[in-house]
Design a protein around this ligand. Sequence first.
Ligand code: HAM
Length: 424
Amino acid sequence: MIQLIRGFKDILPGEVETWQHIEKIARSLFEDFGFREIRTPIMERTELFARSIGEDTDIVEKEMYTFADRKGDLITLRPEATAAICRSYIQHKMYADDPVKKFYTIGPMFRRERPQKGRYRQFYQINVEILGVSSALADAELIFLLKTLCERLAVKDVEARINSLGCPQCRPGFKTRLQEYIASVSDQLCTDCIRRKDRNPLRVLDCKVPTCREAMTNAPSILACLCDVCDHEFTLLQSALDRLNVPFVLDKRLVRGLDYYTRATFEIQTRSLGAQSAVAGGGRYDALVQLLGGPDIPATGFAIGFDRLAEIVQINRSEQKRKPDLYIAAMGGKSQALAFGWLCELGAKGFYAEIDFQDRSLKSQMKRAGRLEAPFVLMVGENELEKGFAILRNMSTKDQEDVPLDELVESISKRIKSYDDFNK
Ligand code: HAM
C-alpha cells in the first residue's frame, strides 16, 4: 500500500467540517475589517524566500523544499506567504492607486521540520497583512482581530504575547549588548547558537534547546534599548490594546523565526498544544517591500497555524455531518434508474437524497436509511411502478403515504420543505 509522505496528512470528512467552520468565521471577520483575499502560487523562486526570511534562519537553512526545475532554475514550495504577497504587491504595482492594502490568504505551506503533534511538513496558514500603514494602531488592529477570532471560535486558554524588535536605528546597539551577554554564556550554548551568535545573535534568544533557554534567562531586554520612535510606537500599541480590552504579556524573548521583522512582534500562544504552543505569529516588517525591490512601504501582518487552531476548536460533532433529507429504497433495475433521476433532480434543488445502487433487500436498505438518520424513506419496486406511485415513509411517526410518480420530485420537495420548516 502506498502511504502518504511523512509529515503530511489527510484532512478527512468529520474533521474537515471544523476547518470549514473556522474558514467561514475567519473570512467574514476579515471582510468586515476591509481585508480582501489574495491567492499567490504555491511555488516561488527560491531567492524570494532566501532574501525575505533570511539566510541564517532555520527555515532557509534547513527546512525549505527546494529543487531545480528542468531549466535549472531554483524553485521552492512556499514555507510562508508574506514574502509572496509582497512580491505580488510590488509586481502588480498595487501601491499605485492607494498604498494602503489589506489582504488575507488561506492555504498550504511547506517546511521540512521534524514532524510531531502540531508540526507538519505541509501545514496550512491563515495570513492577514496590512501594507502601507506605519502606525502601531495597525498592529493593534491585527491583535484585536486574533482575539475576536478566538472568541468567535470559542477558543479559550490563549494568550497574546508582544515584543518590539526595534529598527535599524536602535537594534544594532541592542545586538552589541546581546553579543556581550552571549559571550559570557557561550560555553552553555548549542552548536547552532554558537554558529549564529555573531551574524544573528537574536536567533539565540529564540533557540528552543533547554540549555540555551536556561543560559539566556538573564539576557538583556531589547525594550530597554528602543529608540524614541520605536518606544513611542510600542507604547501606542500597548495603550491601544488596553483600550480594546485585549490582555497581553510582554515577552522580551519573542524574536520570531524570520528575519524581516521590525518593531512590534506578537504571538498567540496556548497551553493546549504541548510543545507547539504558537497558534499564530506575526509582526511588523517595514523594510521588506523595499528589500524586494518595491517602494519604501511599511507593513504588518500575522499568520495563524490553521492545523493548530483546528486542533483546539471544538465543534459539536453531531452537527458536523449533513444527514440525507430522503433515502430512496429502490428495488429492481427499472426503479433504480428512475430513483437515480429523482436523486439528481432533488440534489439540483438543494435536497440531499441517498440511494443504494446495489439493489439490496428492502430490509437492508431500511437499515442503512436508519443508520444515516434519514427522516423519510421513499420505497419503490415493481409493484409500485405498475400502480403508478411510490410509498413515502416518515421514519419517526412511521406514517406512510402514496406519492404519484408523475410530479414526484415536486411533491417530495414540498414534503421535505415543510418538515424542515416545522423542525427549525
Ligand atoms: P511563523 O511563526 O513562521 O510566521 O508561522 C505562523 C504560524 O504558522 C505559527 O505560529 C504556527 O501556528 C504555524 N506553523 C508554522 N510552522 C508550522 C508547522 N510546521 N506545522 C504546523 N503549523 C506551523 C510566519 O509564517 C509569518 N509569515 C507570519 C507573518 C505574516 N508575519 C507577518 N505576516
